[in-house]
Design a protein around this ligand. Sequence first.
Ligand code: BG6
Length: 483
Amino acid sequence: MVIMNTHLHYTDPFILTIFGASGDLAALKLFPALFALHEQKRLPKQYIIIGYARTQMSTAEFREHFITVVRKNYSGQWSSVQEQYVKEMTEHLEYFTGQYDAEADFTRFATFRSTLGLPIHCVQLFYFSVPPSMYGKIADGISTIHTNTDPIRLLVEKPFGDNEASAKALFDSITAHFSQEQLYLLDHYLGKKPVQSIVGMRHSNRILNTMLRGEELQSIQISAFEAQRVGKRVGYFDSAGILKDMIQSHLLQSLALMVMSIPVKGTAENIRREKAAVLDSIEFIPDPNSVCIGQYDEYRTEHHSVQNSKTPTFIAIKLHINRENWYKVPIVLRTGKSLNERHTFMVAELKKFDFQPEDHEPNRIVIEFAPQQKISIDLVGEGGAHESVQHMTISHPIGCGEDTCLPEHGLLFLDALRGEKKFFLSIHEILACWKIVDSIEAYLATGAVELEMYASGSNGPKGQDRLLATEHSNWYDPHNNLS
Ligand code: BG6
């Protein structure tokens, strides 16, 4: 019998309004996640999802669009059962055409919503699935129909701002209308099961947590390789670049969970406080051996609009944690598009003993987010009849269990409905991440590091190796390993 986790259900009526409902993020991530919640019967009988976007569409057309994209992006085998569920779900969907910066449209929206039959005093989520430049305007619009005491929650995607100063200004402009409690700053990496498990594993496991101390480690590495090209998102991507797209939140947040101090009580407040504290202490030391940037060879020819673009599609950076026991541990993060495969993993590489030869493989803890979700411990030892080097890999899945298999946004939607902020970001963390990213940007702007071209389908620019060249370490290659 499957016992459902009660925190993975929501039973009271709610209204979810999605700004940007006709866009790609909604189609690729949000609608499939909402469908998974409905299919797994985790939603109440009464709820309404309102798509709000500029595109002219009727509710009937929106419902058709929803069915099409959910069918297309469904992760399992689509059958008549799913067909029936999705049709049944569309009864909960409505659509409203409006601009994001027109007060009159928000007033019309409020009137439209009041005709739909749910009390506006039920929990209401507003999801900002729009380009970041729209966030402030939408918050202004919502403030014309709601106050900071209404039971509303604003779910805002990363990137929040474009640098530390603009993130602060955006935060101030939103909190001029709403309380911090109403703001849910979202990074979907924190909805990934392996990422969420890091805290729990470290909290409950002394073996693991003892190994994850600065004095024990040779390096920490995080790699997020994507085979996908930039594709239709080029407009956004070319102005953001890979540093802001992937490092600013996804990889720095994952890192923070791995290296923060573990609070005794794992409340949202405590976890966010510890993450913020460690992020505050992370430094980038400007040096050509601390960063490598690349662009895949077909990026400019694929997109006429970016023919002369110098936007990196790959980056590797080296950071340090300004804390006594961590200072000498290089933290290297790398990520890129159009690489040889999709593979995301974090590696804690343990120190060798002084008497061991340089080429002796280190012991490691590897947490893989994609394509598999698992934790592995690589133990390397000498032994056996011929004193040969032996590898032993202990590996265990840390993906979703039978009763918790939900897409990232599904888990985060449920948390937001329940008012649980453990896996949402605080503004303090966001500003700390921007501070790191701003210092890297400022260094890159000096031109001290050249953009290297790399072949699509390769594992990125050669220059990434210089980050570890003097660190007695190498990038972990998951294919050279038994895990
Ligand atoms: C998004 C980035 O936030 O995360 C994308 O904007 C990236 O560029 C994506 O591809 C990666 O997420 P995931 O869950 O596929 O690893």
